[in-house]
Design a protein around this ligand. Structure first.
Ligand code: SF4
Length: 159
């Protein structure tokens, strides 16, 4: 069976957010809840979320891996500066959309749904033409988890 049991359990959250969220914007808050959870988790277990629980990562492993061309990723994906650039770009976009959304619960939820839809489409395109997990090399949330993990003396790099 492709994918771990935990991934099969979590994968359904992806369509709930990217499809259901288009009709019920409040589902975007699931993204906020997951972010809070994995950012804390990453301090103790860096990227445990990515390889075991992330709904999009699960989708990429379980479904997209079957159609992926499995070609080498662009080398630039491995560069830390490029990963930070993607991070800065997407976070700036997120902040801008949140500012426009103001204090409306619905509008804020929709911002997270749209972010999830956009990044999932990018992940699918990249995963189809290169490696199925190509997006995970440049995903801002993956980078953030990695950096938080480094802050923990037990799991971070040894000096
Ligand atoms: S890198 Fe991003 S998309 Fe990939 S598994 Fe981690 S959080 Fe999910």
């Amino acid at each position: 069976m492709q994918g771990k049991i935990s991934q099969w359990i979590m994968i359904w959250l992806l369509p709930v957010i990217v499809i259901g969220g288009l009709f019920v914007p409040l589902l975007g808050y699931l993204v906020v809840g997951m972010m809070a959870f994995f950012l804390v988790l990453s301090f103790f277990k860096p990227r445990f979320w990515c390889w075991n629980l992330c709904p999009r990562g699960s989708f990429l492993d379980i479904a997209l891996s079957r159609v992926s061309a499995n070609r080498p990723m662009p080398k630039i994906f491995l560069k830390l500066w490029f990963r930070w650039l993607v991070f800065a770009f997407l976070m700036t976009f997120l902040m801008w959309r949140l500012t426009v959304a103001g204090a409306s619960l619905m509008a804020v939820g929709k911002v997270f749904v749209i972010m999830c839809v956009v990044t999932t489409v990018i992940a699918m395109v990249l995963g189809t033409i290169t490696k199925h997990r190509a997006w995970c090399m440049i995903c801002p949330m993956g980078l953030l988890q990695e950096q938080i993990g480094k802050c923990n003396k037990k799991t971070g790099p040894k000096k």
